[in-house]
Design a protein around this ligand. Structure first.
Ligand SMILES: Nc1nc2c(ncn2[C@@H]2O[C@H](COP(=O)(O)OP(=O)(O)OP(=O)(O)O)[C@@H](O)[C@H]2O)c(=O)[nH]1
Ligand SMILES: [Mg+2]
Length: 373
């Protein structure tokens, strides 16, 4: 009997490791089951770090931009068919933004409108052990608005499977403490642990996903509630592609340039008492040389998934910020950080793409307000 294509959505908070996990899952499937694919989803028109980064891997990949897959069903189904036609037997995708609502908007819609077309794997929430401390009894202050706690909780409550990620950062005691908390808080949801970075526990999660089906039943998690809107109101998106060129055509170490841009943004956010759950940058050089960095908040070190192996006299850099800051404030902070590196490294910056918007900001769509005059 011909097997249906399996499909899964990962949810989770900003920077929890959804993209890294999908890559690890897909590589595990490729190695042990058959062909996997990733459908990377993000908000904004284009110039998305996650899509560029995922495309550097050996995994079959495509992306959906513009809006969350929750709100573009036909487009989602078209992309799934396209990946299926390219031989994918398992497809992983993620949801951007608040990270909730895909159970109703994706799983239940697929069951209703494309019954039997895709085998839905457990709806999986990826959890960052650091973020989790915000809602554990210690109520850790990570310099993020308290409204974010609603999202962390709702994401886990909505899931068919909770995966505690980044176990490489935890000792046994810290790991046990978090697993015990999740078990107690969400007693009906299975919990597993892994490190998408080192691969520890990834095959076990994939085996679970490959052998279980999503119940695909509505859960009441406060989607659209006042608490949800309060959290959504605080998040903003920033996407930019900027071409940085050394004015005298000299080679520059762009690892340092982008590192300095991140430090400038960190300083600006600190001054405004704002934060960025996930700031990302991607740049590609020649012959597969590329750069990818993440900053998961002003209090943490910048993480490098990859640094450039060579110097360049010019490079196109994609910067994405998923911030807990006003969109205009965020835009001004990035502008200032770019001005500083232009000066320091004798660069000329040309911006080819920029967009910035609050998640709920009026005017974000392509519509206006009727004139009263
Ligand atoms: N130590 C460690 N870091 C990880 C692990 N998984 C992901 N990361 C890092 O966490 C950061 C964020 O990972 P992403 O996969 O981009 O997270 P995400 O959930 O896709 O982020 P958004 O799409 O912006 O919400 C990156 O620097 C990753 O390298 C892990 O298992 N261990
Ligand atoms: Mg991602």
């Amino acid at each position: 009997m011909k097997q249906n294509t399996k499909y899964m959505v990962t949810s989770g908070f900003l920077g929890a490791g959804k993209t890294t996990s999908m890559i690890a899952f897909a590589q595990s499937v490729n190695r042990r089951y058959g062909k996997a694919a990733i459908l990377a989803n993000d908000l904004g028109a284009s110039n998305i770090v996650d899509a560029d980064y995922t495309a550097t891997t050996d995994v079959l990949t495509t992306s959906i931009t513009g809006n969350c897959i929750c709100y573009q069903h036909e487009n989602l189904v078209d992309k799934l068919h396209q990946l299926k036609a390219e031989g994918a037997m398992v497809i992983f995708s993620d949801i951007p933004g608040c990270g909730i609502g895909a159970l109703d908007n994706v799983y239940l819609e697929l069951e209703k409108r494309e019954p039997g077309e895709f085998d839905l794997m457990p709806f999986t929430c990826i959890v960052d052990p650091e973020h989790l401390r915000m809602i554990m009894p210690e109520k850790a202050n990570l310099h993020l608005p308290s409204e974010m706690c609603f999202l962390l909780d709702a994401q886990m409550a909505e899931a068919d499977l909770i995966v505690l990620n980044k176990t490489d950062l935890l000792d046994q005691n810290e790991r046990d403490r978090r697993m015990a908390f999740i078990h107690t808080a969400y007693p009906d949801v299975p919990v597993m642990a892994m490190s998408a970075r080192t691969g520890e526990g990834v095959d076990e999660v994939v085996d679970y996903l490959m052998t279980h089906k999503a119940p695909a039943r509505h859960k009441e998690i406060g989607y659209g509630s006042e608490a949800f809107i309060a959290a959504e109101n605080l998040l903003s998106w920033y996407n930019r592609r900027v071409f940085l060129e050394e004015k005298e055509d000299k080679n520059v170490d762009f690892n340092k340039v982008i590192g300095d841009i991140f430090e400038g943004i960190r300083e600006g956010l600190k001054q405004h008492e704002d934060n960025v759950p996930h700031l990302k940058a991607f740049a590609s050089g020649t012959d597969g040389d590329f750069f990818k960095a993440s900053l998961l908040g002003i209090d943490y070190e910048t993480e490098y998934a990859r640094k450039l192996a060579h110097s360049y006299s010019a490079l196109s850099v994609v910067i994405n910020a998923r911030a807990a800051a006003d969109s205009q404030v965020m835009a001004d902070i990035v502008e200032k950080a770019l001005d500083q590196v232009e000066e320091k490294y004798n660069l000329k910056a040309r911006t080819f793409f920029i967009e910035t918007f609050g998640m709920t900001e009026e005017g974000k769509g392509n519509g206006g307000r009727a004139s009263r005059y």
